[in-house]
Design a protein around this ligand. Structure first.
Ligand code: R5P
Length: 286
């Protein structure tokens, strides 16, 4: 078995390869003068089960994944498998208006044509899994979050909307803590109203947990509401931390600490999902 680490996930891929005692291959990459990407895998992959670990979020990452899928086909590999810790375009998993693409469908169809399996971590909506003709597994990072917070003094785990309640319930129960969600009501295109239940949070420590921090608006507003209700220490966590336009600064106006997983590498990604990925590889491809 060989692990290929793409640029977006090189640290995570290195941890996985180390844990599995497998060789880590980092493809050579450079840009042609006109900006196009050149990729080469200079490692003998013949007869190997190959796992390519890399996100498919930015357009550059998608091209990198597609070119790498083609590059490994130059060797007589046993199988090619994609692990995209953060699966991009999953929020456009359906047509909302006439004339739109189903973005996650077209990308999944391309990836599935060149691989034996696909896996990701906490995809935004599981409908995308149905677009794949090969096995497409959605892994869950809850246990990485639980391990991280096991010895942290927390009273409540909070979901910033009802959609994330299952994850929050699972994490809270594993930690032996109470939980609740903030009601999120869309008033119009631009206005969202958020309201926490009537619980006294004076002197309480809370962990707000979401699937994605993108613009940070949801988490920033949740933190402000919980602070107003008297929360003492506010921890913020998410599976995927995108932090569009340095949104961490508005989150930290009220939150005390931010910890996200390393599905997307960054300053706050100090919760690793490598064990979840390793268990998936050994469990399904041993
Ligand atoms: C919503 O369905 C998601 O669970 C997140 O709450 C949302 O994507 C976060 O986005 P933002 O950081 O832009 O508020």
């Amino acid at each position: 078995m060989k692990i290929i680490g793409l640029r977006s996930s090189s640290d995570l891929a290195a941890k996985v390869a180390k844990q599995l005692h497998s060789e880590l291959v980092m493809p050579e990459e450079r840009r042609f003068p006109d900006g196009e990407l050149y990729v080469r895998c200079d490692s003998d992959l013949s007869g190997e089960d190959v796992f390519i670990i890399g996100n498919t979020h930015t357009d550059a990452e998608i091209i990198e994944m597609i070119l790498t899928l083609s590059a490994v086909r130059d060797y007589a590999v046993k199988s090619v498998n994609i692990i995209a810790p953060y699966y991009g375009y999953a929020r456009q998993h359906q047509r909302y208006r006439r004339g739109e693409p189903i973005s996650s469908q077209i990308l999944t169809e391309i990836f599935a044509s060149y691989s034996r399996s696909i896996a990701t971590v906490d995809i935004h909506d599981e409908q995308t899994l149905s677009y794949s003709k090969v096995k497409f597994t959605d892994l869950h990072a809850d246990r990485s979050i639980v391990d991280f917070y096991r010895h942290v003094d927390i009273d409540y785990v909070v979901s910033p909307d009802d959609g994330g309640l299952d994850r929050v319930k699972h994490v809270a129960e594993a930690l032996g803590k109470k939980y609740f969600y903030i009601e999120k009501k869309r008033i119009d295109d631009r206005t969202v109203e958020m309201k926490a239940p009537d619980i006294d949070l004076k002197g309480k420590n809370v962990l707000i947990l979401d699937d994605i921090i993108s613009t940070g608006g949801t988490i920033a507003k949740s933190s402000a509401i919980l602070r107003q209700k008297g929360a003492s220490r506010i921890y913020v966590s998410a599976i995927h931390g995108l932090f569009v336009n340095s949104s961490e600064s508005k989150i930290l106006e009220n939150a005390d600490e931010i910890h996200v997983t390393d599905t997307v590498a960054g300053k706050y990604s100090d919760i690793s999902v490598y064990q979840v990925v390793c268990d998936y590889i050994t469990g399904t491809h041993a």
